[in-house]
Design a protein around this ligand. Structure first.
Ligand SMILES: Nc1nc2c(ncn2[C@@H]2O[C@H](COP(=O)(O)OP(=O)(O)OP(=O)(O)O)[C@@H](O)[C@H]2O)c(=O)[nH]1
Ligand SMILES: [Mg+2]
Length: 221
């Protein structure tokens, strides 16, 4: 994962339709690799690995700056407006093995909208789906990304107030992933510093997990 010249992190983005998954992928890469738009049906139809980006100013080792390489796999939603659960699951499984099979996965990002309540049924389905994909240690390798943070902020929610008002379903999910979550305003991450802040958080989650990687060949059998 880390050589003398740089460190690489491998991320996959998962979640329900139109939550801002592809936009989050673009935010993390600082690119527009993934098609992202408002639509009354699911936009992303297949998995795609964005062009990996190299970002400086995030990591230091022995007093020297170490560039961070970020690799992001965008995926079709589950549930999907045109694909069955099996189709999405098989597509994501094979893309994970193809993209990160050798190095392993550092973190799955479960994208939820900060401006919508998380209800028990949808949470259960999503968790079950992630569990099927990542296996029994999914909690160690999953972080929640709350997109549309701009809308929550516009509605007057500070982070503290937001967590105070959030559904018990969301709070229980955050607790089960050891509070690995971050808010994300996908419109703001064109600002380099905003993007660096989010990447630093993700890197901390990976550090908390002792830089372990999920070996996908094993978990998908
Ligand atoms: N205001 C706001 N809009 C957002 C944010 N993130 C995404 N959007 C908008 O939400 C819509 C859907 O975004 P996508 O990135 O296509 O969402 P997706 O989850 O990849 O959608 P599917 O591929 O259809 O599942 C687009 O119009 C985005 O501009 C955000 O943080 N704030
Ligand atoms: Mg998409």
């Amino acid at each position: 994962m880390a050589d003398n010249n740089e460190m690489t992190i491998n991320l996959v983005i998962l979640g329900r339709a139109q939550t801002g998954k592809s936009a989050a992928g673009n935010s993390l890469l600082g690119s527009s690799d993934f098609e992202s738009r408002c639509c009354p049906s699911s936009v992303t139809m297949c998995c795609s690995l964005g062009h990996s980006c190299r970002i400086s100013g995030i990591l230091r080792r022995n007093g020297c700056e170490l560039p961070l390489r970020v690799r992001v796999l965008d995926t079709p939603s589950y549930p999907h407006s045109a694909l069955s659960k099996e189709q999405v699951r098989n597509a994501v499984r094979s893309a994970l093995a193809r993209s990160f099979g050798e190095e392993g996965l550092h973190l799955a990002l479960l994208v939820l909208r900060a401006d919508l309540p998380l209800c028990p049924d949808e949470s259960d389905h999503t968790i079950q789906f992630i569990q099927e994909l990542l296996g029994p240690t999914w909690k160690d390798f999953t972080a929640v990304v709350l997109t549309h943070a701009d809308k929550a902020e516009e509605a007057g929610f500070s982070e503290e107030l937001y967590l105070h008002s959030a559904s018990s379903t969301l709070l229980s999910l955050l607790s089960s992933v050891q509070h690995k979550y971050t808010f994300l305003d996908n419109q703001k991450t064109i600002i380099k510093e905003e993007r660096a802040t989010v990447l630093r958080k993700l890197l901390n989650f990976i550090r908390q997990n002792n830089y372990q990687v999920l070996q996908l060949k094993h978990s998908i059998e």
